[in-house]
Write a protein that binds this ligand. Structure first.
Ligand SMILES: NC(=O)C1=CN([C@@H]2O[C@H](COP(=O)(O)OP(=O)(O)OC[C@H]3O[C@@H](n4cnc5c(N)ncnc54)[C@H](O)[C@@H]3O)[C@@H](O)[C@H]2O)C=CC1
Ligand SMILES: O=C(O)C1=N[C@H](C(=O)O)C[C@H](O)C1
Length: 266
């Protein structure tokens, strides 16, 4: 059985990942939090609500990575890049679910993953990853006659906007249409901003309450509209997805993989 360590162990996702790992019969070898976090030293299982595990939440990155086969990390891009570096030095696998990476940070992640197997994915749910595949086919079939707009909704504690999933949806559609996402993404319309261009992909963000995560891609034509929506009802399919990715990545060739690789959707 693989030994899993969780980074961001007291966070919304970290806690659910610990529960999912226990439910899947995996061994939790370590749990990491930021230095100074009030729950450092407490039992990771008790914090996650799945009973005592005998694993105290630690702030010692090196020791926790040393003791695991794979680190599952849902924190922030800067912390994930540091974790990738340490996993690289200790030749351990890593699964990263953090979002909000800049293109430069993603390039750095690919560089750091040259020597170890790593999964980096903005969304670990099966449903969203099937949507990515559908969006590619749909965009290719519809072509340039349909305007594409993306709307995402999340809870009021989310730090990055737009969501990593929405950005990936935009990238998938842009690539299928032969466009450069970074050139055509339009994040802001206000005042007399002119008519919509044909190429642009509009991106709107809603934040409020406890919404887990909702994404809709609109393909809007003349006289008809297609909407591809995904609604997360809990965080559990993200956490189960991360355990699936952790089991899959251990023993793979070094390199940066995503959830499409894990799920065999490529
Ligand atoms: N890929 C996916 O399927 C999903 C990705 N996410 C992403 O996961 C990330 C985390 O989301 P949440 O759990 O909601 O956030 P959160 O803020 O509840 O949890 C993050 C945790 O990381 C901890 N942390 C901060 N610095 C640290 C350090 N140096 N070492 C160890 N731990 C540290 C924080 O104290 C916090 O407990 C976000 O980027 C979010 O967008 C969220 C859900 C699904
Ligand atoms: O922060 C969240 O909560 C989520 N973040 C991910 C993202 O940014 O795409 C995935 C999910 O929608 C929840």
């Amino acid at each position: 059985m693989i030994k899993i360590a969780v980074c961001g162990a007291a966070g919304r996702m970290g806690q659910r990942i610990i529960v999912a790992a226990v439910e899947a019969g995996c061994t939790i070898s370590g749990a990491l939090e930021r230095p100074g976090h009030p729950q450092v030293g407490q039992d990771a299982g008790l914090i996650a609500g799945c009973g005592q595990l005998g694993v105290a939440i630690s702030d010692d990155l090196n020791a926790v990575v040393e003791g695991c086969d794979v680190l599952i990390d849902f924190t922030t891009p800067k912390i994930s890049l540091k974790n990738l570096e340490v996993c690289g030095l200790k030749k351990k696998s890593i699964v990263i679910g953090s979002t909000g990476f800049t293109p430069e940070e993603r390039a750095l992640a690919a560089e750091l993953a040259k020597d170890i197997p790593a999964v980096l994915a903005p969304n670990m749910s099966v449903g969203v990853n099937v949507c990515f595949k559908m969006l590619k086919d749909l965009a290719k079939t519809l072509g340039d006659d349909f305007d594409v707009e993306i709307v995402e909704l999340h809870h009021n504690k989310k730090k990055d906007s737009p969501s990593g999933t929405a950005v990936r949806m935009g990238e998938v559609v842009a690539e299928a249409l032969g466009r450069d996402y970074n050139q055509v993404a339009n994040y802001h319309r206000e005042g007399i901003c002119g008519e919509r261009t044909k190429e642009e992909i509009g991106m709107q963000t809603v934040r409020g309450g406890d919404i887990v995560g909702e994404h809709t891609v609109y393909f809007i034509g003349m006289g008809e509209r297609i909407e591809i929506s995904h609604r997360a009802m809990s965080r559990d399919m993200f956490s189960r997805g991360s355990i699936r990715a952790a089991k899959w990545i251990v023993g793979k060739q070094p390199g940066l993989y995503d959830m499409q690789d894990v799920l065999g959707l490529k």
